[in-house]
Design a protein around this ligand. Structure first.
Ligand SMILES: *Cc1c(COP(=O)(O)O)cnc(C)c1O
Length: 360
């Protein structure tokens, strides 16, 4: 068996240890005589798995007691819609910060429900930076302020938390949650699809402050109402049981490896390796403002796009996959989430050096 260094933006690489443990437990979880996939979500075995997963996530992120953790489905994309349905609470306007492809989708979804005030936009520079807070034009009576902590496609990450005062701060953390320590108390709601940095696709995590639950607009149906899922402890309908199990193993892996502070140091080291190399060459180029470069997704272009296919072929031959950039921006993108070991980034940089030398 040989495993590749998988640079996919999502679904993305998972820690090998986690996959091995899941394989070991596949046919018989902890002497129960069954796979986790075959368990009743209401049985004591699965309840113990879900309870441990939530407790470990709470510990890792230091989630305060007045926040609920929900294990939902529908991806981050469903949250683009559930957020306005549940948080507008009769207010006509919400503030959104436009930083790229994912912010754009969140804005488009919200426009079905309210007036969207684009409080700041990086469109003037092709979404290559995170707009400074001083330049945000916020609406005092906004129901909430939404931003995208890490633009997975553009490779732009916020290294700071906006201070929105009494207006709840809502954040799409799909592609950088658990990559560093986080002060959850600064947020009203945090959401993330699992398939970037948590676990398999199909699970979506929502962390919501108590006082924001139970304010859905009157036409909101049960499945789309956070209160339904809070009241039923994420078991109103069958939750994505196997996804919750794997996410739980990832949380244990993070705890065993020093938690989020240690993970952040590893992620900084990996990102530095790649960005420092990019700074030494003009064969490759990353367009993002240095202070806003993502530690998770590193897009770069080759000097000559005609070399892209050859670059990708050579990478694949060396066991490095999924480096092709998003179709909307072209070029390359290396996604280096928690599960990517530094050896993978080192191998990529070595190959990039070799490739550029061979092309003079
Ligand atoms: C991947 C991604 C999404 C979309 O997630 P789905 O689970 O496919 O709905 C939204 N926002 C960000 C930042 C993402 O990286």
């Amino acid at each position: 068996m040989s495993r590749v260094f998988n640079f996919s933006a999502g679904p993305a690489a998972l820690p090998e240890e986690v996959l091995k443990q899941a394989a070991d437990e596949m046919l018989d979880w902890h002497g129960s005589g069954q796979s986790v996939m075959e368990m009743s979500h209401r049985g004591k075995e699965f309840i113990s798995i879900a309870t441990a997963a939530e407790a470990d996530l709470r510990e890792l992120l230091g989630i305060p007691a007045n926040y609920k953790v929900l294990f939902l489905q529908g991806g981050a994309s469903l949250q683009f819609e559930m957020i306005p349905m549940n948080l507008l609470a009769g207010r006509p306007v919400a503030d959104y910060v436009h930083t790229g492809e994912w912010a754009k989708k969140a804005i488009k979804a919200a426009k079905n429900f309210c007036n969207v005030n684009v409080a700041a936009s990086a469109e003037d520079k092709s979404f290559t930076y995170a707009p400074a807070f001083a330049d945000w034009t916020l609406t005092p009576e906004a129901a909430y302020v939404h931003y995208t902590a890490n633009e997975t496609i553009g490779g732009v990450e916020f290294n700071w938390i906006p201070a929105t005062g009494d207006v709840p701060l809502v954040c799409d953390m799909s592609s950088n949650i658990l990559s560093r320590p986080l002060d959850v108390s600064k947020y009203g709601l945090i959401y993330a699809g699992a398939q970037k940095n948590i676990g398999p696709a199909g699970l979506t995590i929502v962390i919501i402050r108590d006082d924001l639950v139970g304010k859905a607009s009157p036409t909101t149906t049960a499945m789309l109402n956070y209160k339904t899922h809070v009241d039923a402890e994420s078991m109103y309908n069958t939750p994505p049981t196997y996804g919750i199990y794997i996410a739980g193993l990832v949380f244990q892996w993070l705890k065993k490896n020093g938690g989020l502070a240690a993970m952040e140091q590893k992620n900084i080291a990996k990102a530095n390796l790649l960005y420092h190399y990019l700074a030494t060459t003009d064969f490759y180029r990353n367009p993002v403002a240095p202070s806003d470069r993502s530690r998770m997704n590193v897009p770069f272009t080759l000097k000559d796009a005609a070399l892209d296919e050859e670059f990708l072929k050579g990478a694949k031959a060396r066991g490095m996959t999924q480096l092709k950039g998003h179709r909307s921006v072209g070029g390359m993108r290396a996604s280096i989430y928690n599960a990517m070991p530094i050896e993978g980034v080192a191998a990529l940089v070595e190959y990039m050096k070799e490739f550029s030398a061979s092309k003079g």
